[in-house]
Ligand binder design. Structure first.
Ligand SMILES: [Zn+2]
Length: 428
């Protein structure tokens, strides 16, 4: 089988041998889950030696920097291999892969080819070690690696072309700028047409309606071509689809409606790694205004200041600082401020029934996610704690609540169901 493998029109990585005689199956039985009447035999992975020409860094949609080896083309099991994954920085260090090395590559079970090892000849040691970049090759922003993480990430989310579409989709999403009528496809189309490359561009779209139409038209043509359908017979004056014009008008109106925004939404919309709605609110609460936030991030004590906020840990603080330290991101914010008014944080209504109360959520919530519940409670002026104490005013316990519910009972803290809670805060 191994000899024939190259001539079989599909990939295989081994053979399973089974006894044909079913009576013997019973007699032989199992060892644990493994039958004694069948055995698997994996072929040795296909390997070959070649030269690693260059290590290039690719940037994924989430900003992860992945090293890829460009190889002198080599045939492996009938397939020409020119690239192999190197996974991450640690992998390069562990295998001591250097540009120009002779390397052994393998394809096992038809996965992406890997570099198994380096031929450590004399020349290998004369070559320079590979230094992993600390800048994103796509946009030049700082690339940082978090503690306990193997992956290095670009911090230029808002301007990095590799991540831009993802970030713009987040920016207009419901809980961020909430620009209705902006589908993912439109963002991709307008980005490709260079109409929207950073968030601030959204607010100048009204000057570019004909370019928007053209971009959408080109997209439709390309889509039709991709589907293999011929373009429709050339009409003398190509009719504009009315629906689309209307959508563009609606979109522009939706954009106009978002020239005023609260600080917490603005922070959330920036798409800082690890900063969800709840954290965005905490930051807004702590810094109060965008100016204070921006200047606060420049302070020497910024890391301590950030971690002094309950709910902001070290890892998160590093992400937040990394974001604001990146000059590109500051530029993006400056551009946005030319079009958008960011309102200072408004202290929640002191009239709310839960203002100033300390609450703890435990167990499963059914009507909202834990983060939403927290953000909602904080918006109403409550303090959300993660542990129950005598100072706790309410414990909101859903199904499967455990020790916290017990503690609440022992300390005689008021216990509410999710429904009770919603009633208390006025059905929000
Ligand atoms: Zn980048």
């Amino acid at each position: 089988m191994e000899d024939q493998r190259l001539f079989i029109p599909y990939d295989l990585d081994g053979v399973v041998y089974k006894l044909n005689d079913l009576k013997l199956h019973e007699r032989l039985g199992f060892v644990g889950k493994d039958p004694r009447w069948a055995v698997a035999h994996k072929f040795a992975p296909l390997k070959a030696e070649t030269t690693l020409k260059k290590i290039v860094i690719q940037v994924g949609r989430t900003g992860a920097l992945t090293p890829v080896a460009e190889l002198e083309p080599v045939t492996l099991g009938g397939v020409t291999v020119e690239r192999a994954s190197l996974h991450n920085e640690d992998e390069i260090l562990r295998k001591d892969v250097r540009e120009g090395d002779r390397v052994i590559v393998q394809r096992a079970g038809d996965v992406i080819p890997q570099i198994v090892s380096v031929v450590s000849d004399e020349a290998h040691y004369k070559r320079e070690r590979f230094t992993f970049p600390d800048q994103c090759p796509e946009c030049g922003s700082l690339a940082i690696r978090e503690e306990d993480e193997a992956v290095c990430r670009c911090t230029g989310g808002l301007i990095c072309p590799a991540q831009a579409v993802e970030r713009l989709i987040h920016f207009v999403s419901r809980r961020a700028f909430d620009i209705e009528g902006f589908g993912d496809i439109w963002i991709a189309v307008f980005f490709k047409a260079k109409l929207v490359t950073e968030p601030a561009d959204l607010f100048t779209l009204k000057e570019k309606t004909s370019a928007m139409e053209k971009a959408l038209q080109d997209y439709r043509v390309a889509l039709r071509a991709a589907k293999g359908k011929a373009a429709p017979a050339k009409a003398k004056s190509p009719k504009k689809p009315e629906g689309e014009m209307k959508s563009i008008t609606n979109l522009l109106a939706a954009v106009e409606a978002r020239r005023d925004i609260s600080l917490e939404r603005f922070i959330y919309a920036l798409g800082i790694r690890h900063v969800g709605e709840a954290t965005a609110r905490l930051l807004a609460q702590h810094y109060h205004s965008l100016d204070a936030l921006l200047s606060g991030m420049k302070e020497v004590l910024a890391p301590d200041d950030l971690t002094s906020i309950e709910g902001v840990g070290k890892v998160m603080a590093k992400d937040i600082l990394g974001f604001f330290e990146e000059p590109h991101n500051r530029t993006v914010i400056a551009h946005l401020r030319n079009h958008v008014r960011v309102h200072d944080y408004v202290t929640p209504n002191a009239q709310s029934a839960v203002a100033g109360k300390t609450v703890v959520f435990t167990g499963k919530l059914e009507k909202m996610s834990r983060d939403e519940a927290k953000a909602n409670a904080q918006a109403l002026g409550a303090k959300v704690s993660s542990s129950v104490s005598k100072k706790t005013d309410y414990v909101i316990a859903g199904p499967e609540a455990g020790s916290k519910l017990k503690e609440a009972q022992e300390l005689k803290v008021s216990i509410l169901s999710e429904e009770d809670w919603l009633k208390l805060v006025g059905g929000q």
